[in-house]
Design a protein around this ligand. Structure first.
Ligand code: PGA
Length: 250
């Protein structure tokens, strides 16, 4: 039985006091961590300050890590550093990083390997643009993005992988994929993993939906058979709306 995951990606938003207050309010929700996992991905400078709090109810993710272990990479941080702060999750390959910083599938695979090398659970993002969907290429694009990573990691690592399907046309636009579109892609991803490996392994992979998740659409999305929760941007910045999303995941 897969846990439902409600993951909030703050992106480059909230000052430290705002973030700290939001985090502390969320720790008081008292959800059952065995059934629902709440993850927050704050801006990197806050990770050491918030991450050490290490409550059992709210976990932390970094929004990114470098594809190398260490070196002359000004402005970057590695999975090894995150592990030394006790951070257990890291988003890799978010579409904003792919589009704005030119991250390639190869680098994203290396980042994923770095995460596994340091005991961090990656949240691997994938998803097509509107033009790719309109051209009927969405299944090919997502397959390419996921396979580039899967072929570089071991089957036992795939069991703990979290995939976030985030159609680019739904991110921050207020347009959510319909329940049918989300289920179709999630089921496609799970079936592809089952055919490359086996069904039992594919059943363990978490597949989150991301793209304009809100309290009023979360319940429907999270109840779909292959949707195991959400990666939430805008609606994770406000206590009431993220609380509503966590409640939909319970
Ligand atoms: P959104 O962002 O919820 O604001 O659409 C989702 C994401 O980018 O992870």
């Amino acid at each position: 039985m897969r846990k439902t995951i409600a993951a909030g990606n703050w992106k480059m938003n909230l000052d430290f006091d705002e973030g700290r207050q939001l985090f502390h309010a969320l720790t008081k929700l008292g959800h059952d961590d065995k059934a629902t996992e709440v993850i927050l991905a704050p801006p990197a400078p806050y990770l050491s300050l918030l991450g050490y709090t290490n409550t059992s109810s709210v976990h932390f993710a970094a929004q990114n890590c470098h594809h190398e272990d260490a070196g002359a990479y000004t402005g970057e941080w590695s999975a090894r550093m995150l592990a030394s702060l006790n951070i257990k999750h890291c988003i890799v390959g978010h579409s904003e990083r792919r589009a704005q910083y030119g991250e390639t599938n190869k680098q994203i695979a290396q980042k994923t390997q770095q995460c596994y090398a340091h005991g961090i659970r990656p949240i691997l993002c994938c998803g097509e643009t509107l033009a790719e969907r309109e051209a009927g290429d969405h299944f090919n694009i997502v397959t390419e993005q996921i396979n580039a990573v899967l072929k570089t990691i071991e089957a036992k690592q795939i069991r703990t992988l979290i995939i976030a399907y985030e159609p680019v046309w739904a991110i921050g636009t207020g347009v959510t994929a319909s329940a049918a579109q989300a289920q179709e892609m999630h089921s496609f991803i799970r079936k592809s993993i089952a055919s490359s490996y086996d069904r039992e392994l594919a059943e363990q992979v978490h597949i989150l939906y991301g793209g304009s998740v809100k309290p009023d659409n979360a319940k429907e999305l999270f109840s779909l058979p292959d949707v195991d929760g959400g990666l939430v941007g805008g609606a994770s910045l406000d206590y009431e709306s993220f609380k509503g999303i966590i409640e939909a995941a319970i």
